[in-house]
Design a protein around this ligand. Structure first.
Ligand SMILES: C[S@@+](CC[C@H](N)C(=O)[O-])C[C@H]1O[C@@H](n2cnc3c(N)ncnc32)[C@H](O)[C@@H]1O
Length: 255
C-alpha cells in the first residue's frame, strides 16, 4: 500500500467509501443480458463497443469495479479477468458472481501494473475505470504491454469538453461556458471529498496511444436518446443532446 502512487492510494480509499452506493446499479447491470453504456445507458446496438465475437478471447477489464462489463463478456464466451483498485468494489463483484453463477478471476490491484505476462490478452476494456482514475501515462502503456499484436483497447470516459465546462461546486451540472483552460490538463482534483481523475485533450490521447504502440480506430462522441435518464447530477440531458459528454476511444495494438 505504501508503495502505491499517491493517486492510487487516494482513489482506493475513495472507491472503498463509495462502493455501497454502486451496489444497486451493479445488480441491475449484472441482471441485464444486453449491454448498455455510460451514464445514459446507451445501447450496445448504437455504440458497438464490444467486438462482434469474443468467444474464446482473452479479455481484461481495467478498473472493473463491480464487474458487470466483465460479466457481459463472460456470458458472450470470453475468458475474462477483471482488475480493480478497490477491495470493496470487488466484494460486490464477487457476491454478484455467486448470485449469477459466473466465475472469472477478479484481482485486487492497480491497472497501471497488472500481474500478467506481456501479450496475454486480445481485448482490453475500461468503462469509467482505469481510463478515468489511473494515470494515462502508466495505464495506456500497460494496456499495450498486456495486449497481443492486433488486440484492441476500448475505453469510455467523460468527454474533454465536459471537463472544461464542469463547475467546481459538487452536484452542479455543466453549463455552456468554458470554465478552465484546455492546455495543461491531466490530473484533476475536484474540491471536497473527490478522488483523483485524469482527463486528457484529444491531441494528448492520440499522441499517447500512438507512442504506446496503438493505432487509433475510432473516437465515438456519445449522444443519448431524447428520453434518456441518468442518476448523475453533473450533466443534464439538454446539455448532452447538444454536446458530447462522454467519448469512446477505440485503438488497436500495432502488429
Ligand atoms: C465508476 S467505477 C467503473 C467500473 C464499473 N464500470 C462500475 O461502474 O462499477 C471506477 C472504478 O475504477 C477503479 N479504479 C480506480 N483507479 C484504479 C486503478 N489505478 N486500477 C484499477 N482500478 C481502478 C475504482 O476502484 C472503481 O471501482
Amino acid at each position: 500500500m505504501t508503495d502505491l502512487p499517491d493517486h492510487v492510494r487516494r482513489n482506493r480509499a475513495f472507491w472503498d467509501d463509495r462502493a455501497t452506493e454502486y451496489a444497486a446499479p451493479a445488480e441491475e447491470n449484472w441482471a441485464r443480458d444486453t449491454p448498455t453504456w455510460g451514464i445514459w445507458g446507451v445501447p450496445e446496438s448504437d455504440l458497438k463497443i464490444l467486438p462482434a465475437d469474443v468467444t474464446g478471447r482473452d479479455v481484461i477489464e481495467l478498473g472493473c469495479g463491480t464487474a458487470y462489463v466483465s460479466a457481459w463478456l463472460a456470458r458472450r464466451g470470453a475468458r475474462v479477468v477483471g482488475i480493480d483498485n478497490s477491495e470493496a468494489q470487488i466484494a460486490t463483484a464477487r457476491r454478484l458472481q455467486r448470485q449469477h453463477h459466473l466465475d472469472f478471476p477478479l484481482l485486487h490491484g492497480n491497472a497501471e501494473a497488472v500481474p500478467y505476462a506481456d501479450a496475454s490478452f486480445d481485448f482490453a476494456i475500461s468503462e469509467y475505470g482505469a481510463c478515468l482514475w489511473a494515470d494515462p501515462q502508466r495505464w495506456v502503456p500497460e494496456a499495450a504491454r498486456l495486449l497481443r499484436p492486433g488486440g484492441q483497447l476500448v475505453f469510455l470516459t467523460n468527454s474533454f469538453l465536459l471537463t472544461l465546462c464542469t463547475p467546481v461546486e459538487d452536484g452542479v451540472a455543466a453549463g455552456d461556458r468554458l470554465l478552465r483552460p484546455a492546455f495543461g490538463i491531466s490530473r484533476v482534483e475536484w474540491p471536497g471529498e473527490a478522488g483523483v481523475e485524469f482527463h486528457l485533450s484529444h491531441g494528448d490521447w492520440i499522441r499517447l496511444l500512438r507512442t504506446s504502440g496503438f493505432e487509433l480506430e475510432d473516437l465515438i462522441e456519445v449522444r443519448p436518446s431524447v428520453d434518456a435518464l441518468t442518476r448523475y447530477p453533473f450533466v443534464t440531458l439538454e446539455w448532452a443532446r447538444q454536446w458530447p459528454c462522454e467519448e469512446v476511444w477505440k485503438a488497436r495494438k500495432s502488429r
